[in-house]
Write a protein that binds this ligand. Structure first.
Ligand SMILES: CC(C)(COP(=O)(O)OP(=O)(O)OC[C@H]1O[C@@H](n2cnc3c(N)ncnc32)[C@H](O[C@H]2O[C@H](COP(=O)(O)OP(=O)(O)OP(=O)(O)O)[C@@H](O)[C@H]2O)[C@@H]1O)[C@@H](O)C(=O)NCCC(=O)NCCS
Ligand SMILES: Nc1ncnc2[nH]cnc12
Length: 285
């Protein structure tokens, strides 16, 4: 194995941490997102705001940096899994301290934390597919130090017999790799603005994700509304098209009326933006 100078590791880790944080901020600001916090307002949330989401994103930069430093050019093994589990849980505490106890980004710490680690494990040289596969390897390893908590996500996955955040990562992020990333790039190729391309990518995730936030808040009715509504936006030509914008506004109203918010889909959009950026020429050269 070729050892990289420490300065390269530090620089790479700092870039990854800054980029992951920026992806969280880009996701939070993107508007109009159905049911979610965006630059218009708080969506279906009473305890969240854009300012809080941004504060939370910034509080996670040291966690992402530590994850990258600790994972640099290491193999996926139990020792690394335990290290990133510990760092991830510390990140959750940083987030809670920054938000006064509100859960803003738990799913994002999981998804982006694994992906940041996986990029670092490849020494910054992997493509999106390789990075997602490596993140899945990590996610499949047991973490003996993880406390046994019966979370809302676990409750929803058991009750409705569906995959959640854990399975999404263990399956190498199918909603990112097979839906959002191709849609982001297709919409850009078709001449959509960056904001419209990102909104289309979010819709692509929402067409089939079993988002445990939506299930916990609004059950199967909420999940069907999310998936059918997102499909309607894309079938109407996407968010750059007037018919797609009308469908997106209808979906927003429907989600708000059900108190539903696709927080898991939002996290996966941030993960999509991150994987898109690691493949950009700025990163590679
Ligand atoms: C594996 C963990 C992610 C834990 O997962 P689990 O399902 O057991 O636990 P949850 O605490 O429910 O967290 C899952 C969060 O993942 C997001 N999500 C939901 N569905 C999916 C999906 N299908 N695919 C991917 N991601 C998904 C979602 O996060 C967002 O929503 C959060 C707000 O939701 P909630 O708490 O339910 O809040 P509200 O409904 O708004 O609450 P009320 O206002 O109604 O009270 C928000 O944080 C978004 O990020 C789910 O919440 C993982 O966390 C874990 O095991 N971590 C341990 C540390 C570790 O090993 N880390 C390694 C990498 S760093
Ligand atoms: N923009 C957003 N609104 C609500 N919950 C979220 N979780 C992650 N991003 C979110």
């Amino acid at each position: 194995m070729k050892l990289l100078p420490q300065i390269q590791v530090e620089g790479g880790a700092e870039w990854l941490a800054r980029t992951a944080t920026q992806c969280l901020i880009d996701e939070a600001r993107l508007s109009p997102k159905p049911g979610l916090v965006d630059s218009r307002g708080n969506g279906a949330h009473h305890d969240l705001s854009l300012a809080l989401m941004e504060r939370s994103a910034h509080s996670l930069t040291p966690t992402f940096q530590a994850l990258a430093q600790q994972s640099w050019q290491r193999p996926a093994d139990i020792a690394l899994r335990q290290t990133i589990g510990r760092l991830g849980r510390e990140g959750e505490q940083q987030m809670m301290a920054a938000t006064g106890g509100v859960n803003t980004h738990r799913g994002a710490i999981w998804a982006l934390g694994l992906l940041v680690s996986a990029v670092a494990m490849h020494g910054g040289a992997g493509n999106a597919k390789q990075v997602a596969a490596t993140a899945a390897e990590l996610a499949k390893l047991p973490d003996a130090a993880a406390p046994k908590v019966f979370s809302k996500g676990l409750r929803a996955t058991h009750r409705y017999q569906v995959p959640g955040a854990r399975e999404e990562a263990q399956q190498a992020f199918p909603h990112v790799m097979q839906r959002a990333l191709p849609q982001l790039r297709l919409s850009r190729l078709n001449g959509s603005s960056e904001a419209h391309a990102r909104l289309d990518a979010l819709m692509a995730i929402m067409t089939s994700l079993t988002d445990t936030c939506v299930l916990s808040r609004a059950g199967l009715e909420g999940l069907d509304a999310m998936q059918d509504g997102a499909r309607a936006v894309l079938n109407a030509g996407g968010s750059a098209h007037p018919a797609g914008q009308a469908a997106l506004a209808a979906l927003d109203s429907h989600m708000l009326s059900l108190n539903a918010s696709p927080g898991g889909a939002a996290d996966l959009l941030a993960a999509t933006l991150f994987l898109d950026r690691i493949e950009s020429p700025y990163f590679k050269h």
